[in-house]
Structure formats: structure tokens, C-alpha cells
Design a protein around this ligand. Sequence first.
Ligand SMILES: Cc1cc2nc3c(=O)[nH]c(=O)nc-3n(C[C@H](O)[C@H](O)[C@H](O)COP(=O)(O)OP(=O)(O)OC[C@H]3O[C@@H](n4cnc5c(N)ncnc54)[C@H](O)[C@@H]3O)c2cc1C
Length: 441
Amino acid sequence: MKVGVIGGGAAGLAAAHELTKRGHRAEVFEQAPFLGGQASTFPVGGGRLERGYHHLFVSDRDMVELIQELGLGDKLAWLESRVGLYHGGKVWDFSTPGDLLRFRPLSLLQRFRVGLWTMALQKTARWQKYEGVTARVWLEQHMGRRACQVIWDPLLRGKFGEHFDQVGMVWLWGKFALRVASRESRFGREKLGYPLCSFGEVFDRLGERVVQQGGQVNLSARVQRIVVEDGVAGGLEVTLPGQSAERRDYDAVIATTPSYVFTRLAPPLPAEYQQRLERARYLAAVVVVLVLDRPLSRFYWMNIADRSIPFVGIIEHTNLIDSALYGGRHIIYLTNYPDRDSELYRKSGEELVAEFTPHLKKINPEFDASWILEQYHHRVDAAQPIVGVNYSQQIPDLRTPIKNLYLANTTQIYPEDRGTNYSVRLGRRVARLVLEDHAGG
Ligand SMILES: Cc1cc2nc3c(=O)[nH]c(=O)nc-3n(C[C@H](O)[C@H](O)[C@H](O)COP(=O)(O)OP(=O)(O)OC[C@H]3O[C@@H](n4cnc5c(N)ncnc54)[C@H](O)[C@@H]3O)c2cc1C
């Protein structure tokens, strides 16, 4: 059979890989001039760097297997990560349970309370018991008001803005469960994975595999419309570089775009399915990448629990990965997750750098703008779905109500949070579903 795939990110490429591996034809259309979607890279200092910071957890088995299958297993490094928390004008170590016990902004009793409930969350695999409650309500009930004021509210507000009190507790459970899986011992630091060839190389290699297996990968190729006739999806209207729109016929179509893009490409969908698509709204991401001539801090991942600072995290990539990969330069990401229609999202790279960088002195008083060798700015439209309570009942089905039309995007990842691992898993799953539906047909 012949399948049209919209999107050359992790999900689209994994689906095309699965289909072509089983002897079917898949044609991928990616509107960008590169593969990898949210995990794509750009050149820095002779290396390839992700547009948005990326790492893997030990629990990310689908990605690890994929990297091995592509012959890149020897490039996958597992490295100790150091986590910090900026609160009250000071950077606190926050990598191990021992660090929590030394966190003086909370009383000793409060620290124990946070520690005990954190351990309880890490230990439970039963996410279903958190389905009916928001993270905010659960945290206040269990860890207390003061812990919410000091740690959780600034972090939740930072990540989800005005939607901070709508996020389901399952989302937070997922974060704890993954992080503990990445620790060698309960009291040690977590280890994070990174393909030293870059995530971009992994997805380029995956694209090459699709082609070797008889598929097609088209870059700068925008899908304009999903062709549906008599209620059945039968093709795509696509624009390839320098050509006018053309129609391609397929036995099935897989879309891996955000839900609101899917809605624009498909004909009107039944109300019930449309409502599901609209249930999980997305936050965008703005990411400023600064290439420095020296390190900023000791930390890989620093949460900013101070909403007077206009970004929510500093990810110092070269505190996880050797700076030698980038010609000895040091790389930091400054990140925030605004709404797509917010002022912050519309700001130019220059405006963001001007607004963000003065705050770096709070992290390292010696920081000076002269340390910046290069600066970049990236925007991701649909970076983070906001998943509320009881979401398991509201997930849009991978089989859409239109025959032969399938959807696989980050709003269908649950109970885990979005990530390359789960997009790869979803891509494979949707491909198998397509094959199952067309078996013997
Ligand atoms: C800032 C940031 C940090 C992250 N950090 C991590 C991390 O540390 N570890 C991790 O595993 N994951 C991380 N993620 C998440 C991870 O990158 C994503 O979950 C995953 O890459 C999503 O893959 P996808 O294929 O589902 O979607 P996407 O990557 O969004 O792919 C969809 C593709 O569809 C294309 N498309 C859309 N419309 C059309 C059209 N009309 N025609 C043709 N093509 C179209 C888009 O250009 C895009 O390439 C991060 C994400 C962000 C934004």
C-alpha cells in the first residue's frame, strides 16, 4: 500500500520507517527545509545543535532502540546532570534528595514533607489515581502552601502561564516517574542521554533509511489540503519547491501536525472529534540560544522559580555535553512557554536577548554581555500541550472519523508528557494501525 505522511518530525519519520520496513511505500512531506521538527538542529561552532535543548531519559526505550537500529548506538552518551533552582536571589543545588534537605527557604518539616511526597510519587506506577485532580490542588494538599509558594507555583506559572492551575496531576506524576528512572540510585544524580552526533543526525539517518527502504522524503514540501472524496481520504494536495500545487493519491494518510493545523488541512470533522482536538490547547516556546566564550554556571538544568525573571529555565548544554563538540564554545538556552498570541511570542530575537540577558547577572554576577559570541532565537508554535484533568477520556483517536485518515501528534501522548521517545512510539503505533486496517484489503 501507499501512504502519505504529513510531517518529517519524530512521529512522521517513525511511521514512514515502520511502513517501509514492512514493504509498503510511504511518502513524507515536511514543510521545513530540514527533518526533525521540534528536535531539529542548526550549525554551531562546527557541530550540530538542537533548536530547543534536548536530552533523553533512561526510560526513553523507543528512542534508544531507534538510535541503535540506525547504527548510532556508539554515539549515545549517558551523562550526569546537575540541576539548580533559582529562588530568593540565590541558586540552590537541586539534583539529589540531599540537596532538598539543605534547601533552607523551607523549614525542616516542610523539606521532609516535600521529600516524602516526592518519593511517594516516584514510586507509584498507578497514574490513574491522579486523573481527577490538578497538579496545583494536589501539591497544596500534600506538600503544603509554603512549598507551593516557594517551589511549585513559580515553576507551574513559568511553564504554563495563566493555565498553571488547569494542568492535570498526571503531567507532574510523569515528570517525577521519568526523573527517578534516570537515577542510578535513589539518592544519586540523574543521568541523561544525548546522541553526540545530535538529534538532527538521528532524524536525518531515519529519513535516509526510509528512502533506502523504498520510501520518499520531500523537504520544503507543504501539504495544502487532505483530499477527501465520499468520506474517504484518498490523497494530498502538496506544493513542492518551485512547483505549483499537485495532487498525490494514497491508500491512507497520516497527519503528524498539531491539531489546529490538522483541522485546517482536513474537511470539517464531526463535532465530537473536533471537540477532542480542541481539548488540549498548546503553549508555544521561545528559545534564545547564547553561544558564550566561557561557562555561565555549574548547572545543566536550572529552574527559575522567580517570576520577575522573564524566562523559566536556563539549560547550559555544555554542562552536559563537552564544549569541544562546538569548538570550545559554551552554549546556554534561555526558555519560556508563552501563548501563541502573546506579546512575548511575537518579540524578535534582538528584543528577547535585550530583555533576557540582564537577568543573567543574577545567576552569575560576573556575567557580561561581551561573553556572548553568537545569539540565536527559535520559536516553536505547538511546543507543549496543556493536558487537564481526566484527559484519558478525551484523547482524540488515532483513527479519525474520516476513513483512511489518521492523526498522530503530541496531544495523543498520555500519561507521559510529550517527548521524542513518545512521538517515535506513536508514529510506529499509527503505522501498525494503518496496516491492520488495510490487512488483506
Ligand atoms: C523547547 C523544547 C524542548 C524539548 N526538549 C525535549 C527533550 O529534552 N527530550 C525529548 O525527547 N523531547 C523534547 N522535546 C519534545 C520533542 O521535541 C517533541 O515532542 C517531538 O520532537 C515531537 O515530534 P512530532 O513529530 O510529534 O512533532 P513535530 O516535531 O512538531 O513534527 C511535526 C512536523 O510537521 C511539519 N508540518 C506541519 N504542517 C505541515 C504541512 N502543512 N506540510 C508539511 N509539513 C508540515 C512541521 O514542520 C514539523 O516538522 C522538546 C520540545 C521543545 C519545543
